[in-house]
Design a protein around this ligand. Structure first.
Ligand code: FE2
Length: 207
């Protein structure tokens, strides 16, 4: 291990830069929403996590290892929640792109057709998961033993603890859409799937 690796492994978790400008998803998701969501909520999870693990045996773990280490442990709930939210949000930002939607790359499209019949059926299943998640949470497209599947998770829960490979996600916490859509979660979800979803990112995650 080099000195640089040592320094990095002991460093605080950082808020990863957004992969696009704060106004790049407008008008589907406004710069105002991104400003609060990324700048306040996402930053809050990272800052709180750093505060909770500072000086503990967990301080040098990667986000993924922290999540695995704390999942399901009653005395580590706050650390799990903030670590998982930090990871989920980083994954969410990359699940979106300006001028997204459209047609998935061929390899992903074939898997979608094999698993759901066609792209519309896959989008419909994602939209149903996103709109029926009771309260705060996430809708996910995941890979499980070679097959694509849609999952929903509540609050900070993440497919990382469920033995599946996450491919993309949609945040359905109210902070993700309330400034732009108020109570109309379904409108937010449909607009994200049609205009922002980053199928290329999902394809990359197929491995
Ligand atoms: Fe969020």
């Amino acid at each position: 291990m080099t000195n640089i690796d040592t320094i990095e492994s002991a460093a605080l978790h950082v808020l990863a830069p957004l992969p696009y400008a704060e106004n790049a998803l407008d008008p589907v998701i406004s710069a105002n929403t991104i400003g609060f969501h990324y700048g306040k909520h996402n930053r809050g999870y990272v800052d709180t996590l750093n505060r909770l693990i500072a000086g503990t045996a967990l301080a040098n773990l990667s986000l993924e290892k922290l999540i695995a280490e704390t999942a399901g442990k009653a005395d580590k709930v706050a650390i799990f929640n903030n670590a998982a939210q930090a990871w989920n949000h980083n994954f969410y930002w990359r699940s979106l792109q300006p001028k997204g939607g459209r047609v998935p790359p061929v390899a992903l499209k074939q898997k979608i057709e094999a698993s759901f019949g066609n792209l519309d059926a896959c989008k419909k299943e994602l939209a149903t998961a996103a709109t029926t998640q009771f309260g705060s949470g996430w809708a996910w497209l995941v890979l499980e033993t070679g097959k694509l599947k849609v999952l929903k998770t509540g609050n900070a829960d993440t497919p990382l603890t469920k033995g599946v490979t996450p491919l993309l996600t949609i945040d359905v916490w109210e902070h993700a859409y309330y400034l732009d859509y108020q109570n109309r979660r379904a409108n937010y979800v449909d607009a994200v799937l049609d205009k922002l979803i980053n199928w290329g990112f999902a394809a990359d995650n197929l491995g």
